[in-house]
Ligand binder design. Structure first.
Ligand SMILES: [Fe+2]
Length: 436
């Protein structure tokens, strides 16, 4: 389908197909559903999980590769030691986790696997750690695979060497513990190319959602990752190609985030809020992974790459921009408005949208988060600096896979407008995106 120099979504034929599938006519046409097989939740979830894998593996197969970043190495060792004491597992740690999972580092993990022959891989961490674990799993099973040709519904026949891919999130945002995607940087390409690899087989078999793994997350990261989860759920709900299964997940995730994110940000030791946010991020993961993320992610990826802004902040800033833009073609924001306490009775659409955007802004402010590029503190970006990069950001965002799924067709000049509006996200400018 594609040659080695193109990711699948850069293929013109696939682009056309996906542009067609983002229209209302295609709702419910392409709706396969993928989830982890078992998700352990609740206060006893870690022990339930340990008991399960203790029984799953025979005495000669109790070998685990634990993937963590360097900061969380201690947490990885502690988890490995607990599984060792409780159930007799041996483990090795891989901690060379880098953002966007460069393939050459993944191959170091593959080497450990070839020598140690683990039967399960456990990722303990955020998005980059999950990407890395999925990437090691994929390349250990299929060392010669061409990363550019991987697209659902490819079937590679994985799990011949690794029986279980296990994800334990330490943030509440990416939802990667429930998704079929791994972002991998193909270092075999010159220059190296970041590629989204999506396969049913990359969905973890097991997710463990226990608040012990997230309770020490600082409030800024709690807010940033929470905004990422909100963008997943809200963005995916807006898409016309969503379906009943994803809708119920996305709506519930939004509801949980609105209730529990402010509590988790203000009081890190509020374990109920921590647990509910873990669930919300996971549920949003199921909700967006079975559709896709919205164009806020396309804009945020591009902006974040150029200005080195945290993923959650980058996509959160462009969430209202993407909602207002797509609202012209999709009435689905009206359901979301109700979750944001907008009384929709006898109101025209533009007023509902205006009130939704206002309430979304107040919510974002309530967690101490920037509502626009201008308000961003880390880093501070002047309009002069920002406007110089807009053309480059437009080029990147236009190539982003999420553009293909927008509920409203996106042209280059519209991407430019979206970036212009995003600098301040003034309500009147956002509404202008809806009107024109
Ligand atoms: Fe995200």
């Amino acid at each position: 389908m594609t040659d080695k120099n193109h990711a699948w979504y850069e293929d013109p034929a696939v682009e056309y197909l996906y542009l067609a599938s983002s229209t209302k006519n295609m709702r419910g046409y392409h709706a396969p559903i993928v989830n982890p097989k078992i998700t352990f939740t609740g206060t006893n979830s870690f022990i339930d999980f340990a008991n399960f894998i203790g029984n799953y593996f025979g005495p000669n197969d109790k070998r685990l590769l634990i993937v963590v970043d360097k900061e969380l190495r201690q947490m990885g060792e502690k988890t490995g030691n607990r599984l060792s004491e409780m159930k007799g597992f041996n483990y090795k740690i891989f901690d060379n986790v880098l953002s966007d999972a460069p393939k050459n580092t993944l191959m170091e993990g593959v080497k450990i696997c070839s020598e140690f022959v683990p039967k399960a891989i456990i990722a303990i961490g955020g998005g980059s750690t999950m990407d890395t674990a999925k990437g090691i799993f994929l390349l250990y099973e299929k060392p010669n695979v061409n990363l550019n040709n991987l697209i659902i519904p490819s079937y590679l026949g994985l799990r011949k060497k690794i029986d279980l891919l296990i994800a334990i999130p330490t943030t509440s945002g990416t939802g990667s513990e429930a998704t079929t995607t791994s972002v991998i940087t193909d270092t075999d390409r010159n220059p190296p190319k970041k590629t989204a690899v999506t396969l049913y087989e990359l969905c973890p078999d097991i997710a463990v959602l226990h608040y012990d793994f997230v309770k020490s997350m600082p409030s800024e990261l709690t807010a940033g990752t929470g905004m990422d989860a909100l963008s997943h759920a809200l963005g995916a709900y807006m898409l016309t190609m969503s379906n009943v299964y994803t809708d119920m997940h996305n709506l519930k995730a939004i509801e949980l985030i609105l209730e529990y994110l402010p509590r988790a940000v203000k009081r890190g030791n509020d374990m109920e809020a921590r647990e509910k946010m873990l669930l919300a991020a996971y549920i949003a993961g199921v909700g967006f992974s079975n559709v896709v993320t919205s164009f806020d992610h396309g804009l945020g990826h591009s902006f974040g790459a150029i200005f080195h802004v945290h993923h959650g902040a980058a996509v959160g800033i462009f969430l209202p921009t993407a909602i207002a833009f797509q609202a012209k073609n999709s009435n689905r924001f009206i359901d979301i408005a109700q979750l944001f306490d907008v009384d929709i009775r006898e109101k025209p659409k533009n007023i509902i949208l205006k009130e939704l955007l206002g309430n979304l802004r107040r919510f974002v402010q309530s967690i101490g988060f920037p509502t626009s590029v201008k308000e961003l503190e880390k880093p501070q970006i002047s309009y002069e600096k920002y406007s110089k990069e807009i053309d480059q950001m437009v080029k990147y965002a236009y190539k982003d896979v999420t553009r293909l799924f927008s509920a409203r067709r996106v042209t280059m000049s519209q991407v430019h407008r979206l970036f212009e509006v995003g600098y301040e996200n003034k309500i009147e400018n956002l509404l202008d995106l809806y009107y024109h």
